[in-house]
Design a protein. Structure first.
Length: 640
């Protein structure tokens, strides 16, 4: 961006009377214009540049990760072969058992694969496009309240958050979840200013779609969205309540329709609901994938990790208020978190006397409530939690950063406001240096540069160097803004660029300059094989039965499906502990000639492999069939 353009942005943010929307009440001389002022020349090109940069970031060398998470990639492959598999999220095209999540995140990649063919690109492309859409919607939501500069900061901060770049280039359900939540927040922001029940119903429908993506996590933002609308919508209390019921209706319409389809479909037609004890969608929602995640306990290993005192601490570390800043989550999402929290507190204080319908305060309540509820849930949940879950925090953090920084900048004539801005800038620089120090071997000089910029920017903010002029231009303001942006955003951006340069596979990817993953699944672009061998894949590819094989655990089954192009039953579901198939069901499948091989030694995604029905079936196979060795696997031929 040129110096002239930057100066124009500075001048525009300093004249709230010319903004497209009213500025913050943090200024005593705040002017409210009743007519829309012509948009500044820099706004549209800047927004286009933001989206293009995001697209390049998320799409560049996208297939470096191959199939990413082979577990979900195999389900997408199944959806390209069977409409039943697509509808219910089956792991295999034979529709034996589902993935242990609702199916919504699989629908777009599977449909794309049906049109253009199943490949690494068709699996990952929808995630990247969802990321661009999420940045665009966050920009639009923040811009409506605090202007285009705030929207650019918010959108840029989301794009440059490492866990966002990780998930929007990966095929876990979190990309779609995040997009649904941002879109719902955008709909609520629109309706707060100009109340429309249609927008609220649409917001509810998007929350319902979030539920069909990742169950109860999709509801974590509901309290914040509801409170912001109930408090600040520009209409009477009766209409506000009615519109909230419209939102609830939207949630029920989407979730209820799918649940009716699921419940009314005979179990003989649809696959077994993985992760449940009784083939029940609701049992999965409230159990293993719901309250079990929050309160922990046995049976919630969910992909490995360590259980301590009934708590799953293998991935997230010990529970507590500072968990989001710890080793597991800090590098993923906390780069802008101190500044966002400070902006939230300062913003609520400075808007405390604003009228009920004030748009800035309403947005602070919305995004702040989102941040606090989600962060506290993640910080204290005792069940399974993986580092990438915190991508759901990134939009709220980015929005608060954008709104807070611009609104405070407008009120910087007050010393107290300048001090808050200085603390945001300096604190962010210090925290970035701390996060960068956790990998001391990677760009060791960067933290010193950020610290120097942060100190200079903070001092300059307190001293008010933004008022300096050179040849009539506010060069001091332009220099201060540039230094502040670099000191706050350089660390996170560098970590994000390092993240996208790495291949990420397995079920538990993490961001940073060193690729790492856990949970099984190789995800190679040419066909991940995991514990299988090329000889075994070739053997399975020649089968003609409904299922080429059955093996314990979903990771091994998914790898075999991708490498052979056939359907493989995941005995016991994700972690090998689901009661499917039972011994009687398995015997019936074998008698009907539906399974060609039993592959011993498969592994589940979690800690439950080889237990329950899996061990019973394994014993029966060993007693009644002869083992042979294919590659590095022990195989039992069940038919012929």
């Amino acid at each position: 961006m040129s110096t002239t353009a930057l100066t124009e942005i500075v001048q525009r943010t300093e004249r709230p009377e010319e903004s497209e929307l009213p500025s913050s009440p943090m200024r005593k001389d705040r002017l409210r214009s009743e007519k829309k002022i012509k948009q500044a020349r820099w706004v549209r090109p800047s927004a286009i540049a933001l989206l293009l940069a995001t697209a390049v970031l998320y799409l560049w060398n996208l297939t470096i990760s191959g199939y990413g998470n082979s577990f979900y990639a195999a389900a997408v492959q199944a959806g390209t072969k069977s409409w039943t598999a697509l509808l219910f999220g089956s792991l295999d095209a034979g529709n034996a058992i589902t993935v242990d999540k609702p199916p919504a995140s699989l629908w777009l990649p599977a449909l794309l694969g049906r049109v253009f063919g199943f490949s690494s690109f068709t699996v990952l492309l929808p995630q990247a496009l969802m990321g661009v859409a999420a940045v665009a919607l966050l920009y639009a939501a923040v811009k409506r309240v605090s202007g285009p500069a705030a929207g650019l900061i918010a959108g840029g901060a989301l794009a440059a958050t490492p866990v966002a770049a990780l998930m929007f280039r990966f095929n876990n359900p979190d990309a779609m979840l995040t997009l649904c939540l941002v879109a719902a927040a955008y709909a609520v922001v629109r309706s707060i200013g100009k109340p429309r029940w249609q927008w609220m119903a649409f917001a509810g429908a998007l929350i319902g779609l979030a539920f069909l993506t990742k169950m109860l996590q999709g509801f974590l933002t509901v309290p914040a969205l509801g409170l912001a609308y109930l408090w600040a919508a520009n209409t009477g209390l009766g209409r506000r309540i009615a519109h909230l019921f419209a939102a609830i209706g939207g949630i029920i319409a989407v979730t209820g329709t799918y649940l009716l389809i699921f419940q009314l479909t005979p179990t003989s037609i649809r696959p077994y609901m993985a992760g449940s004890e009784d083939n029940s969608f609701w049992e999965l929602t409230l159990g293993y994938n719901g309250l079990g995640r929050i309160f922990g306990g046995s049976g919630n290993g969910g992909g490995g990790g360590g259980m301590t005192g009934g708590q799953n601490t293998g991935f997230g570390g010990a529970t507590g208020l500072l968990r989001m800043f710890g080793a597991s989550f800090g590098g993923e999402v906390s780069w802008f978190l101190p500044a966002a929290l400070l902006a939230l507190v300062a913003g609520l204080w400075f808007t405390r006397r604003a009228k009920r319908t004030d748009a800035v305060r309403a947005s602070l309540v919305l995004w702040g409530g989102w941040l606090l509820v989600t962060a506290l849930t993640f910080s204290f949940m005792s069940g399974t939690i993986h580092p990438y879950y915190v991508v759901a925090l990134a939009p709220a953090v980015a929005a608060l950063l954008g709104i807070g920084s611009v609104e405070l900048w407008r009120g910087r004539a007050q010393l107290s406001v300048r001090i808050v801005l200085a603390l945001m800038i300096g604190g962010s620089a210090v925290w970035s240096a701390v996060l960068l120090s956790r990998d001391a071997s990677w760009l060791p000089w960067l933290k010193y540069l950020i610290l120097a910029l942060g100190v200079l920017s903070a001092i300059g903010m307190v001293l008010g160097v933004d008022r300096w002029r050179v040849s009539g231009l506010k060069a001091g303001a332009a220099a201060l803004i540039l230094a502040s942006v670099l000191s706050v955003g350089l660390g996170s951006t560098a970590w994000t660029l390092a993240t996208v340069s790495q291949a990420h596979t397995g079920s538990i990817p993490t961001s940073g300059p060193t690729a790492s993953a856990m949970g099984g699944g190789m995800g190679g672009a040419g066909g991940a094989e995991g514990s299988s061998s090329s000889a075994l894949s070739e053997l399975l590819s020649k089968t003609t039965t409904k299922w080429s094989a059955i093996t314990s655990g979903a990771s091994s089954a998914a790898d075999l499906e991708l490498s052979s192009g056939t359907s493989v039953i995941a005995l016991g579901g994700w972690n090998g502990g689901d009661p499917y198939p039972t011994l009687d069901q398995f015997k019936a499948m074998v008698a009907a000639g539906e399974i060609s091989y039993y592959i011993s030694g498969g592994q589940g995604g979690g800690a439950g492999g080889g237990t329950g029905t899996s061990s019973v079936i394994t014993s029966w196979v060993e007693q009644n069939f002869t083992a042979t060795t294919v590659g590095n696997s022990t195989v039992y031929k069940l038919v012929g």
